[in-house]
Design a protein around this ligand. Structure first.
Ligand SMILES: Nc1nc2c(c(=O)[nH]1)N[C@H]1C(S)=C(S)[C@@H](COP(=O)(O)O)O[C@H]1N2
Ligand SMILES: [Mo]
Length: 156
């Protein structure tokens, strides 16, 4: 992570794609949702086991506010949605909506506003995937969350 500078401008990130209300947000905006705290340990292929504390809202809560363009009354309709998460350095990963939806995988994935004792305002939020064994989806400096319901067409 870059050194924290108290005067650095806040990083911005976008929520785009198949959503009714695309948004450009800062880490400070994420504190409007209920915040969770989690301790995670993950393995990195190059630097071994890492331990961190994170705080932030559930990714699911944030994305629901943007209004994904599925039919909320039809659970099956949500299952064709993907979430592409990109960091400022181009590192990215794709999650499925079903993975974080409380009716399906219910994974407590966070969009962290703080790592250990460091607020992430100057860096952008960090994706936190507590159930992962490997650290690669803990994407730091998130610049874009893209919700995509076009990968497969709506079912019957
Ligand atoms: N933006 C970004 N985030 C990233 C990566 C990256 O290359 N770019 N690497 C990932 C990998 S492979 C690991 S193991 C963890 C390491 O996080 P740490 O150094 O904070 O423990 O960051 C993840 N997040
Ligand atoms: Mo890693």
């Amino acid at each position: 992570m870059n050194q924290t500078c108290a005067f650095a401008p806040p990083a911005r990130f976008t929520v785009v794609g198949d959503v009714l209300r695309p948004a450009r947000l800062a880490v400070a905006d994420l504190r409007a949702w209920p915040l969770r705290r989690v301790r995670v340990s993950f393995e990195c292929a190059t630097s071994g086991v890492r331990h961190h504390r994170f705080e932030g809202p559930l990714l699911h809560d944030v994305l629901r506010t943007s209004g994904p363009s599925f039919d909320p009354a039809r659970r099956k309709d949500r299952l064709r949605f993907l979430i592409a998460v990109t960091g400022g350095d181009g590192h990215h990963a794709v999650l499925s909506w079903g993975e974080i939806d409380p009716d399906f995988g219910n994974a407590p994935v966070l969009l962290a506003t703080r790592i250990d004792d460091t607020p992430l305002d100057p860096h952008g939020p960090q994706l936190v995937v507590p159930q992962d064994r490997c650290g690669a989806r803990h994407i730091s400096g998130v610049t874009s969350l893209r919700v995509d319901g076009q990968y497969v067409s709506p079912g019957p």
